[in-house]
Ligand binder design. Structure first.
Ligand code: GLV
Ligand code: GLV
Length: 385
């Protein structure tokens, strides 16, 4: 192999390795048993010559690592995650290193986990499971683990991008929920939406006011509105849908609220004490995006004060830790950041190295060759096994 490519972790499947080796890359996979590598560990991996790195969301990819990668002759970095809040893209640009992430391959998988958490929280599955295992079940009773019925209730989606939209579709189609959503970004995008027998393509003519977002090719879709119109016109689903004017409207009106924003400065502690306070007392809050989107200490307090309020969390503010008190709350379902962890992370995306932006950037190898600075190309990595 002409190019030395380092992967800081072993990743599922083997197809990504084959793809790279087919493209004249020698792939080295770090075997360090440590769960999370430090900047120093990664500096050692990069060494004197390294053309590209595939890294993880737990790693701090900023000035130090990108400058070291540049010194080692590196040209590309890919984050094995759709979220890239651990990556300082401007530092990468400064050193002429192209950055990739993995949108598209885990959309349905992550939405399904958010749906699972919604159901687990509303029907108190984990509490009931613990009750069974503790040997506490001594016969059926009418009031045992009474939960919430989703049908006819309102699902609120905050962040109506790929994942938020897929989640909304599941809750609307699967549970006949009404929808209210708040989109944090606006963008121009063509999206194909498949529902049952109908395959629809929608054009959205809004413009992005967040240039970096557009540049990154991670623009959110606007198809929920069109989908709602479609359902109405066809009388297919007895649901209502609406785009909220403010996020507060979603928080006030929804019975189940799922968070799907990117994490950046504008979404840090998006759900804080004040916003929790305006949610329904028996609402369900789900987060499979990034932990710091919720002020977790405020959430713990809210859970204590409102025993009927329930939460389903895949992510935490300071992973791998939970804020004190959270683990004691029966009204919380908690799982260890597993939303993207399914064997079939989106089979509908058959190619493991896909560029969503510039069609010329179809592979890690082309990124390595062209020394392209100021590019952020998305490529998927996951092997569908
Ligand atoms: C996982 O958290 C991801 O961002 O892909
Ligand atoms: C409950 O088990 C019922 O039969 O209603």
């Amino acid at each position: 192999g002409k190019y030395r490519v380092v992967s800081t972790k072993s990743m599922p499947g083997t197809r990504w390795i084959r793809l790279l080796t087919d493209q004249d890359c020698r792939v080295e996979i770090c075997t360090d048993k440590k769960t999370i590598l430090s900047v120093e560990d990664i500096l050692a991996l990069i060494g004197d010559k390294c053309d590209g790195v595939i890294g993880q969301l737990t790693e701090d990819w900023g000035e130090v690592l990108f400058s070291a990668l540049r010194r080692a002759g590196g040209k590309a970095f890919s984050n094995m995650a759709v979220g890239y809040n651990n990556v300082d893209v401007s530092a990468a640009n400064k050193y002429g290193i192209a950055v990739g992430n993995t949108p598209g391959v885990l959309t349905e998988t992550t939405a399904e986990l958010a749906a699972s958490l919604s159901l687990a929280a509303s029907r108190r599955i984990v509490e009931a499971d613990q009750f069974m295992r503790a040997g506490l079940y001594d016969g059926w009773l009418p009031h045992l683990f009474v939960g919430n019925l989703l049908k006819g209730q309102t699902v609120g989606v905050i962040g109506a991008g790929r994942i938020g939209s897929a989640y909304a579709r599941m809750m609307i189609e699967g549970f006949k929920m009404n929808l209210i959503y708040y989109d944090l970004y606006q963008a121009t995008r063509l999206e194909k939406f498949v529902t049952g027998k109908s395959s629809l393509a929608f054009h959205f003519m809004t413009t992005s006011h967040i240039p970096s977002f557009q540049l990154l090719g991670l623009s959110s879709y606007y198809f929920l509105t069109a989908y709602g119109q479609f359902l109405k016109a066809n009388g297919e689903q007895p649901v209502t849908w609406k785009r909220a004017a403010t996020m507060e409207d979603v928080l006030r009106e929804a019975d189940v609220i799922s968070l799907h924003p990117v994490l950046d400065k504008t979404t840090y502690h998006l759900i804080n004490k004040e916003r929790l306070a305006i949610m329904k007392k028996e609402a369900i809050l789900v987060n499979a995006s990034r932990g710091p989107v919720i002020d977790e200490a405020a959430l713990v307090e809210h859970l204590k004060q409102n025993p009927m309020f329930r939460v389903g969390l895949d992510v935490f503010e300071e992973e791998p830790f939970m804020k004190p008190g959270l683990a004691d709350q029966k009204n919380a379902v908690v799982v260890p950041h597993i939303a993207s962890a399914s064997k079939g992370s989106d089979m509908s995306n058959p190619s493991p190295l896909v560029s969503y932006g510039d069609p010329q950037h179809t592979s890690f190898q082309s990124l390595l060759q062209q020394n392209s600075s100021h590019q952020h190309t998305n490529f998927a990595y996951q092997d569908s096994q």
